[in-house]
Structures are given as C-alpha cells and as structure tokens.
Design a binder for this molecule. Sequence first.
Ligand SMILES: NC(=O)c1ccc[n+]([C@@H]2O[C@H](COP(=O)([O-])OP(=O)(O)OC[C@H]3O[C@@H](n4cnc5c(N)ncnc54)[C@H](O)[C@@H]3O)[C@@H](O)[C@H]2O)c1
Length: 323
Amino acid sequence: MKILITGAAGFIGSNFADYFLKNDYEVVAVDNFNDFYSPKIKEFNISEFKDHPNFKLYRVDISDRAALEPVFSENTDIDAVVHLAAWAGVTQSVENPHQYVKDNVLGTNNLTDFCIKYGINNFIFASTSSVYGDNPTPFTEDMNTSFPNAPYPATKKSSEVLLYTINKNQDLNVTIFRFFNPLGPRMRPDLALPKLVKSVEYGKVFELWQDPTSSARDYTYIDDMARAVEAVIKEPQDFVIMNLGNSNPISLQDMIETVEEVTGKSVTTTENYLPGQMKETFADISRARDLIGYDPKTTLKEMVEFYYNWFLQQPEWYRKDDY
Ligand SMILES: NC(=O)c1ccc[n+]([C@@H]2O[C@H](COP(=O)([O-])OP(=O)(O)OC[C@H]3O[C@@H](n4cnc5c(N)ncnc54)[C@H](O)[C@@H]3O)[C@@H](O)[C@H]2O)c1
C-alpha cells in the first residue's frame, strides 16, 4: 500500500515513516522543515531512511496550494493520508495564533481538497488531547471540546469540525486520532522526556512547567500508536474520533523519579510555570479498543528505558543540543 505522511520529518512523522517502511508500505512524505525547532534535527530524523527505495520526500508547505498539488498529481495511487504536519506547541501558540491557523487549519483543508480531487478516500488526522481543556478526567470522545485552553488545540478542534463537515458532504472517510503525549525516539526537544534526560546527562536544571505533583500526562508509546494508525489504513472508518492514550496518567513527579531510576542520576529542578497548559491528560480508550483492537501495553519504565538507550546512541551534537 502507498501512504502519504505529512510532517514526516517531525517526531511522530519520522517514527511512523520508519514503521511503515519496515512494514513494506510505500511512503510519500511531505514536510517543510520549519523552524519550530531546528531543521537540522528534522534532517537527522529522516536520515536513516531517506534513501529507502520506497520513500519519496517533498519539501513542501501544506498551506501553499500550488506547491502541494504535485504531491497528489504525481502520486495518484495513494491509499491513505496520515496528516501530522502542524505547529504543535501549546505555549508558543498563545504568542502566535496566526501561524497555527494558517498551517494547521488551512493546511488541513488544502490536503482534503486534493484528496477529493485525486480520489483518495482515507484521511487520518492527528488531533490532540489538549482539545479536552478543563474537562473532568478520564476524557471520552463525546465530551464538549469547544473550550480548549490555547490557540493550538483550538486549531485542532477547528480542523476536526471541518473534517466532520467534509465527510458529511464528500466521499472522504475520516479518522481523527486524539494523541495523548507520545513517547519514543526522536522526540521533540521541547518535550519533557528529552529535557529531563539532557538535564541529568549534562547537569542542566530542569524547568517545571507546572506543579509536579498535580500535573499528569497519559504517556503513550509511539509504536502502539503506529499500530492503531495502521489498523485504520487497512480498514478505513467512515467518520470517527478516537483517543490514543495509555489510560494511565503519570504525574510529572513520577516521570522525574522514573528518569532518575532508569538513568541512575538525579534531576535538579526549578519552577518556570507556563501558560495554556492542561493540568492532567487521561484517555478513556474504550472506543479505540472496541473499533480497532487498540491495546497499548508499554509501561512508563519501558518507554523511558527505550528512549534513554536510544538517546545514548545518538551523535554528541544531537545529545548536547549543539545545533
Ligand atoms: N508530540 C505530541 O505530544 C503530540 C500530542 C498530540 C498531538 N500531536 C500532533 O501530532 C502531529 C505531529 O507532532 P510532532 O510532535 O511530531 O511535532 P513535530 O513538530 O515534531 O512535527 C511536525 C512536522 O510538521 C512539519 N510541518 C509543520 N507545518 C508544516 C507545513 N505547513 N507544511 C509542511 N510541513 C509542516 C514540521 O516541519 C515538522 O517536521 C502534530 O499534528 C501534533 O499536533 C502531537
């Protein structure tokens, strides 16, 4: 099968591209290597498979319709689109909503327009647990998500609603996955685990973005998520929203202690509380279990061990943020 992955040079996209290439898919990849974090990292993210015969990369901005169309006109046999390209930082979106609206909402609409024009009927969209805002936990897909805490989840919610209407009116199957705090190799440098690991390895102070005892995240292993996406690639859903979490929220304090246990080194912290952040993410995953057999089994300790062992094997410039 042939799939289009947008945002393929990012954290999740590069893991998915790797996963699908290893499982004999052809991967058409789109990324504009933006500067949300260093493009050098994104080049590094795809370096292991960029010359794979089943991998074809387009360095294109999805918000630029004219530049995007050849991706579709030159690959008319795409079976599914896995749309991950987005600006993804909660805190940064508070400063710069315009960028988020342009790339996350308009970009999504450009992709669906070309899916319809070129007869692709399976669209898989990466939404986020942050659409749940201050809802009580655990989060279920039918909760009211019209009151998120920052422009970033607002753009994801806008895209969800847009996709719903496109599905209603056009021949496009849509699956929306609300991702809950993925962990795995090539994690974005702004995320907690890479920051924690670097802080213990290089004696840096770790900045707490929230009270570590009351803040919790439902960390989810990236390969568990890739398997869920694969299930929908093989069996498209008409329209569905599914949580992809672990259904096991971990406090920031527990995360810190797990990193200390795995690395054998202690974390030094300081407070730098950030705006727009949710207190807790916690997924009810019964819908994904029922519909696609989603069954995440990776424990936090295993995830941290996988990440840490991977991190230690990376070049020094990468480990030391020297870019
Ligand atoms: N990492 C998380 O914790 C998390 C949680 C929930 C949802 N998500 C969603 O998953 C997706 C991937 O997130 P990630 O953590 O891998 O982020 P990332 O920033 O590592 O990857 C996103 C990629 O998209 C590319 N991109 C952004 N705008 C683009 C545009 N206009 N045209 C082409 N490429 C563009 C970027 O260059 C980047 O490589 C995003 O949609 C994000 O909102 C991530």
